[in-house]
Each structure stands twice: as structure tokens, then as C-alpha cells.
Design a protein around this ligand. Structure first.
Ligand code: FE2
Ligand code: FE2
Length: 252
């Protein structure tokens, strides 16, 4: 039993991660867990991976982390995302790339809860519907019979699915949730990085007390403008013409 912080989709956002880590330090959290996508989109991949390493964070790999170390191809992503990954790789130290390369894609804790990035069927699957939750539930029953809580990321949207008697309910509202031991849960803490998809300017994550079965959802402000400015300046957010110029420049 322990007090955990569960983070997801940091996406190289230094300002958001610093804000989250400061809060976590003051809360007496015993273990920090990360659901992947540490890199991609923003300008500080090396800093973010280095900080997670220093703080002994247990992470799994997201699709962006897997692409950065060549364990996943670019077939399923936009050219701009692929280009960002190329810039990311160039800016990272060898030891941090090695850390990403060694990350597992799934972890189990206390024989009771699992961490995955996309879904139990793989890091690229978006769990955005009850049908997808059902599919992951089947997978859970096949492989992880003792598990009844699954933390997932990838969609960047805070979400709670509660399953009872095969019925999936979306119970995402509220800042606190007391988990019932007889039910099964799929929980997304939302993303630390706010610059993709949601854009509300807050870093989202959760704190989970496995002793009292209490989940607390937290949303913190950070300096979004600074993150976006740096990302543009350092070539992480380019349109196709800028990418062509960059390629030309670096080819000669
Ligand atoms: Fe992501
Ligand atoms: Fe992802």
C-alpha cells in the first residue's frame, strides 16, 4: 500500500512537469508513476527524461517514446509529429535515449493495478469509447486476472470508466473518487502537457492512495506561453515549408 502520483503525456513540457513535481514533493507521495509519451511536441525532451530518471520515476513507454528510439515506425503519425521526433532525437543525450529504450510497455503494482499507455492491446490504441474499454477488459481477463484497476493515457483526456457486471459507465466528473473493491476501473489522469488537444493551460495528473482506495484528480497552471515560444524557436512546431527549408539546410 502506498501513495502514488500518476502522470501521463508529459511531451517534453518542462514548465508543466516542474509544476507537477513541485506539488508532488509537497504531498508526501511515495512513488511516482508515468504512463508514457515523455517526449514529443515540445522543446525539453532531454530535461524531462533526465528529471524522471533522477527522481526514480517508474515509467512505461508511449508511442512517441517508442518512435524516438526506433522501436515504432512513423506510419501512423502526421509528418509534423515525425519531424518533431527527429528533432527530439538530435537533442537528447545517449543515456536518456537508452533510458527510453529500456522502458517496458506495461507495469503491474500490488498485484492489483496496471499501467498502460494506449490500452491493454497496445500503446497506439486510443481508449476513447466504451467498445474499446470492453476490448481491453477482455484482454485484462485473459492475461491479468488479479488486476482490477488500469491507468491509461494517450488520449490526453481525463476519464474514468467504471465496470460492474459487464456494464461500462463513464463517471468522469468530480475531483475525488473512492474506488469500490468489487468494481473494475479504467482511469486516465489527463495529460501533463496541455498544448496538445485540450489546450486549457493546465497540467493534469492524479494521486492514488492504494490503502484507502482514493483517487484525487489535480490540475495545475504553468507558463504555457513559455513552453509554446521555446518549442517554436527550437524547431519543434514547424509547418511543411519550414520543415523543407530545415531539411535542405541540414543536408549540406
Ligand atoms: Fe500523448
Ligand atoms: Fe501517445
Amino acid at each position: 500500500m502506498a501513495l502514488y502520483a500518476v502522470l501521463s503525456d508529459i511531451h517534453a513540457n518542462r514548465e508543466a512537469l516542474d509544476s507537477v513535481m513541485e506539488h508532488v514533493r509537497n504531498r508526501g507521495v511515495e512513488k511516482i508513476l508515468c504512463l508514457g509519451d515523455i517526449v514529443g511536441y515540445n522543446a525539453d525532451p532531454d530535461y524531462c527524461v533526465g528529471l524522471l530518471r533522477e527522481c526514480g520515476v517508474d515509467s512505461i513507454a508511449g508511442n512517441h517514446d517508442l518512435m524516438a528510439v526506433g522501436k515504432l515506425g512513423f506510419e501512423n503519425c502526421w509528418y509534423r509529429v515525425a519531424f518533431t521526433i527527429v528533432v527530439t532525437k538530435r537533442s537528447m543525450r545517449e543515456e536518456n535515449l537508452r533510458f527510453l529504450k529500456e522502458l517496458p510497455t506495461e507495469r503491474i503494482y500490488e498485484n492489483r493495478f496496471a499501467l498502460v499507455h494506449g490500452s491493454l492491446r497496445g500503446p497506439e490504441e486510443y481508449m476513447f469509447s466504451k467498445e474499446r474499454v470492453h476490448a481491453s477488459l477482455e484482454e485484462m481477463r485473459k492475461r491479468l486476472d488479479s488486476v482490477n484497476i488500469c491507468f491509461f493515457g494517450h488520449t490526453h483526456v481525463r476519464k474514468v470508466y467504471e465496470i460492474s457486471g459487464g456494464d461500462v459507465r463513464d463517471i468522469s466528473l468530480g475531483k475525488e473518487l473512492k474506488l469500490c473493491e468489487e468494481k473494475i476501473y479504467f482511469i486516465n489522469p489527463g495529460s501533463v502537457d496541455s498544448t496538445r488537444k485540450k489546450g486549457d493551460g493546465n497540467a493534469d495528473f492524479l494521486i492514488y492512495d492504494s490503502g484507502s482506495h482514493l483517487v484525487e484528480f489535480i490540475s495545475l497552471p504553468y507558463d504555457v506561453e513559455k513552453t509554446v515560444r521555446k518549442s517554436k524557436e527550437l524547431g519543434y512546431r514547424m509547418n511543411i515549408y519550414d520543415i523543407a527549408k530545415y531539411m535542405l539546410f541540414h543536408a549540406f
